[in-house]
Design a protein around this ligand. Structure first.
Ligand code: HEM
Length: 412
């Protein structure tokens, strides 16, 4: 079976480790893959070329199947940034950009650390720990709520909506009545927050969205869509990033030892984790005019599937590519956050969460053992999103006297 078919068929071993598939796709060069009805772009330089040229490679279709035409009587939430091209895209992005700059995000570090510490401490009392269910899946939504300006008391409700909306996006088989009901509840809640715009700190994302509404730049429905987009885009991606980083640490205790000995290595570790286990493996683009990629003609009207994750494993760009290296001169130059106009707006926030969670685990735990072998870790059933769905673990906290282990142990 061609390598891509195994990936598209969601074969667990291929999803867990798609590196060989990507190597074959890079060797083959740009080609049309009938399995996904798109031209596959897998080499680093070709991926960069596509991401940089949005006049030829439009973002009108980045998430796969083209959605059914919108029903004006039942408007659904649809991403404002991800699915638009400049100049509309650039204008919308400016509305929230200011809240996501590295300097603005750095201000949140103490609060993010507090949240991470609370969640890690709660693991102490659990009889049966799963580091995805009990940590990586809980933290990102709390952090997004914080940055948006959603009251922390409402986080549980916010998370429930987030999960339902996330699972309905791009899933045209979902029950439309339930989808409309959830979206209406979410819209009602966000609308009420927007109505209280004077109560939000000026720096919060909600305040900026509300100001754009007041200036006539966004409709109320677009404001709600904007909040939903940030929530959805920042949730499963960050959960997968945290889960993959934790798995890497647990599987290779020598890396954990190095990070303990030199905390300055946590930042390059987070970048290498993003490179090797990119939470978004690839996205689509829509070709607006006849063109070529890597010398292969690609006709107007076709779709291309750009594989960030394959570019991140291209040894033309990354010496010693399959290996985690904590001393790369350019650790953040990977494409896990995309590149060009649509490069991830939440990258600084995701990096902060990754670093703080790893630091907190290193500080609080004497040992972390997975209760499954590395080749039994289950991955989400998607060839776009990549990450473990469950990490059953045995933990020893540092001040627990009854466990002898003082090192992060091997699996099993
Ligand atoms: C490790 C976590 C994350 C990863 C790997 C990730 C990855 C990406 C990638 C690859 C893109 C580019 C899509 C494209 O090329 O079309 C993107 C865009 C985006 N991301 Fe992230 N993301 C993460 C976290 C976040 C967070 C925390 C937020 C917000 C709170 C966020 C919000 C967005 C938005 C709104 C876009 C669309 C930007 C645009 O089209 O201008 N992401 N992300």
């Amino acid at each position: 079976m061609p390598a891509l078919s195994q990936l598209v068929a969601l074969d667990q071993d291929t999803l867990r480790c798609p590196a060989d598939t990507y190597e074959e796709l890079r060797r083959r060069g740009v080609h049309h893959a009938p399995e996904i009805d798109a031209y596959v772009v897998a080499r680093h330089d070709d991926v960069v070329r596509v991401l940089r040229d949005q006049s030829v490679f439009s973002s009108r279709n980045t998430v796969g199947r083209i959605p059914p035409p919108a029903d004006p009587d039942r408007p659904t939430l649809s991403p404002l940034l991800l699915l638009s091209d400049d100049p509309v895209h650039a204008h919308r992005r400016k509305i929230v950009n200011r809240a996501f700059t590295p300097a603005r995000i750095a201000v949140w570090e103490p609060r993010v650390r507090e949240i991470a510490e609370q969640h890690v401490e709660r693991l102490r009392d659990l009889p049966d720990v799963d580091l995805v269910r009990d940590l990586a899946a809980l933290l990102p939504v709390r952090v997004i709520a914080l940055v948006l300006g959603v009251p922390q008391d409402d986080v549980d409700r916010f998370r429930a909506w987030s999960e339902e909306i996330t699972s309905s996006v791009g899933n045209h088989d979902v029950d439309p009545v339930r989808r409309d009901q959830v979206q209406a509840e979410f819209a009602g809640y966000v609308s009420a927050l927007l109505d209280r715009r004077d109560e939000h700190p000026e720096s919060s994302v909600l305040a900026q969205i509300a100001a754009a509404e007041a200036a006539g730049e966004l409709t109320r429905h677009q404001c709600v869509s904007f909040v939903a987009e940030l929530l959805i885009a920042g949730n499963i991606t960050t959960t997968h990033h945290l889960s993959s980083s934790i798995a890497l640490l647990a599987i290779d205790p020598s890396t954990a030892d190095r990070l303990r000995a030199d905390r300055g290595l946590v930042t390059p570790f987070v970048e290498e984790s993003l490179r090797l286990e990119s939470p978004i493996q690839g996205f689509y683009r829509f070709v607006t005019t006849d063109t070529e990629i890597g010398g292969v003609p690609v006709p107007e009207g076709s779709r291309v599937f750009v594989l960030y994750a394959s570019a991140n494993r291209d040894d033309d760009a990354w010496p010693q590519c399959p290996h985690m290296q904590l001393d790369r001169p350019n650790p953040a130059a990977h494409l896990a956050f995309g590149k060009g106009a649509h490069a991830c707006i939440g990258a600084s926030l995701a990096r902060l969460e990754g670093r703080v969670v790893v630091e907190t685990l290193l500080e609080r735990l004497a040992s972390l053992e997975l209760r499954v072998a590395p080749d039994e870790i289950r991955y989400g059933a998607s060839f776009v999103n990549h990450g473990p769905v469950s990490l059953p673990a045995r933990l020893t906290f540092r001040n627990e006297p009854d466990r002898a282990a003082q090192e992060w142990g091997p699996t099993r």
